[in-house]
Design a protein around this ligand. Structure first.
Ligand SMILES: Nc1ncnc2c1ncn2[C@@H]1O[C@H](COP(=O)(O)OP(=O)(O)OP(=O)(O)O)[C@@H](O)[C@H]1O
Ligand SMILES: [Mg+2]
Length: 340
């Protein structure tokens, strides 16, 4: 049983890496909650499975939807559940490395450390997500070279330039792939007068969502509930209209990249012409997003091999090489916001 764990507690997906084991848990960040007692009954796939098979007061929620790993209570409960799920008990003296948003304040860092301690960890280290992503993507972060990563997650987009093992420029916005789902939901409601659930909206995004015209565009059949009659209704959506519907969100993601570039020292910005930008996170897999960002920045953009796993794999590498990479961890009292 691993006692060293790396945790990426994302707004959409939670991944845990066990030292010497690789990824030991990869599930949606969903919990089943008893709405009467606020007791957490299950998480991940288990939480989904409980839905519909239990009394109505059990509800499934995405507890980090607001983007807050920094919410003390929820984070503590989630970490405790994760320890249970991967079989870590108090007597294992678990050492954990938690991936955190790079805009985290000193106070929030303390909250995450304390949450992990109360959940049973004896030693907690924090690693900034873009740093973990860059390590996961095998970028030469220790060189005096500009490395840019864009992490488009469910609830957040973080853009960072890393050189000599540190973050040099950063832009973090609370816009992510969930906002694309919401935009699709809003469009279908407004344009066709039908209501669709967020899962259906996500399916439309995965099937025909794009940020740039792509070859072989398919139409998608969408079933929803007619708002006027209340009856089921089917409409056809074409990729072009979906592109229009999500444009505002895609625009915000591109703007975040452009602002980060504007903050990058010129020498490092030049390196990007050769090295390009690395795109990670599930939201980065939106069709044509790489092409769109490349078009807007005039820089090459590479989608990494396993965008959903990149952050936890990078943190896992830090665990495997704990002593040589521990300088990457946030040290106690670091306040990233005030130091930049
Ligand atoms: N092929 C795809 N095309 C478009 N979006 C996708 C694709 N695959 C996954 N996604 C979206 O990626 C999002 C999840 O990404 P990810 O797991 O990186 O987020 P997260 O790390 O949990 O969130 P955050 O980093 O914001 O806390 C979901 O909204 C999902 O719909
Ligand atoms: Mg993430």
């Amino acid at each position: 049983m691993a006692r060293d764990l790396a945790i990426d507690l994302g707004t959409a997906n939670t991944l845990v890496y066990g030292r010497g084991q690789g990824i030991v848990l990869n599930e949606p960040t969903v919990i089943a909650l008893n709405s009467r007692t606020q007791e957490v009954l299950a998480m991940g796939h288990d939480a989904w499975q409980m839905i519909g098979r239990t009394p109505g007061y059990i509800v499934a929620v995405r507890p980090l939807r607001g983007g807050a790993i920094t919410d003390f209570d929820i984070t503590q409960r989630m970490i405790r559940l994760l320890f249970q799920r991967v079989g870590v008990h108090r007597f294992y003296r678990a050492r954990v490395l938690i991936c955190v948003p790079s805009a985290i304040t000193a106070v929030e860092q303390r909250a995450v450390r304390e949450a992990a301690r109360r959940a049973g960890a004896v030693e907690t280290h924090l690693l900034e997500q873009p740093m973990a992503a860059a390590i996961g993507a095998s970028l030469p972060i220790h060189e005096p070279l500009g490395n840019m990563v864009i992490d488009v997650g469910g609830g957040t987009t973080e853009v960072a330039v890393i050189s000599l093992g540190g973050i040099v420029a950063l832009e973090a916005v609370r816009v992510g792939s969930f906002d694309i789902d919401a935009a699709i939901q809003g469009y279908v409601r407004k344009e066709y007068g039908i209501a669709i659930g967020e899962r259906t909206a996500e399916e439309i995004k995965l099937a025909i969502g794009s940020a740039y015209p792509v070859a072989d565009e398919w139409k998608a059949e969408v079933r929803g509930r007619d708002l006027m009659s209340g009856l089921p209704k089917t409409v056809m959506l074409i990729p072009e209209e979906v592109r229009g519907a999500i444009e505002e969100v895609v625009r915000s993601i591109c703007d975040a990249v452009i602002s980060c570039l504007a903050r990058t020292p010129p020498e490092l910005a030049q390196d990007l012409i050769l090295n390009g930008i690395h795109l990670v996170g599930g939201g980065g897999m939106l069709k044509g997003l790489d092409r769109r960002i490349a078009e807007e920045t005039k820089l090459p953009v590479h989608l990494v091999d396993a965008p959903l796993e990149c952050v936890v794999v990078g943190a896992g590498r830090c665990l495997e090489n704990f002593d040589s990479l521990r300088e990457m961890f946030l040290s106690r009292g670091d306040d990233m916001r005030s130091s930049r």
